[in-house]
Ligand binder design. Structure first.
Ligand code: S3P
Length: 173
């Protein structure tokens, strides 16, 4: 069973922090997007282009269910907690859910050069801020712990998560 789940908006640091946390705690790292790509044999861009978002979301829920059974630190996709079914899986798992929170300005700057986030392509600055705000409500609903990642190095974020591990342990009991 997964030991810890990271949630948050695209560019909030889920994959980077998850990898480092896994390395630090000698645990495997599971990345939901990578698992989806491996299972489908297509990139995220290709899945969206060929089958549409609804198909991607179904695949995401399916892969989430199996990833929850595997051992490791699980980095989810930015849209994973939006679906109620997925939030239930996260919340009812008894596994600590950590929300990596980053401001829209920092996220926009981090994602400026990336081309593998199909959802961002068509958004205006205003729509981006709106989506970010809407999503944060879902992340907050699912999270046991919120950690701000703006202007911070991954190592400091991992240290903070691990230092608050007692709270996480108590969730499991
Ligand atoms: C998405 C986030 C992406 C990926 C897909 C959709 C979203 O993952 O799952 O492009 O809806 O926010 P990251 O959060 O890892 O970028």
């Amino acid at each position: 069973m997964a030991q810890c789940i990271l949630i948050g908006f695209m560019g909030s640091g889920k994959t980077t922090v998850g990898r480092l946390m896994a390395e630090t705690t000698h645990t495997p790292h599971l990345d939901l997007d990578e698992l989806i790509v491996a299972q489908s044999g297509q990139s995220i861009n290709q899945i969206f282009a060929a089958h549409g978002e609804a198909y991607f979301r179904d695949l995401e829920s399916q892969v989430l269910r199996s990833a929850m059974q595997a051992e490791g630190i699980l980095s989810t996709g930015g849209g994973t907690p939006v679906r109620e079914e997925n939030r239930k899986i996260l919340v009812q798992s008894g596994i600590p859910v950590i929300f990596l929170k980053a401001s829209p300005e920092v996220i926009r700057a981090r994602l400026k050069e990336v081309s593998d986030r199909p959802l961002l392509r068509k958004l205006s600055a205003q729509q981006f801020v709106h989506l970010h705000e809407e999503r944060e409500a879902y992340y907050a609903q699912a999270a046991d712990l919120t950690v701000i990642t703006d202007h911070r190095k991954p190592a400091g974020i991992v240290r903070e998560i691990l230092s608050r591990a007692e709270l996480l342990e108590s969730k499991r009991k």
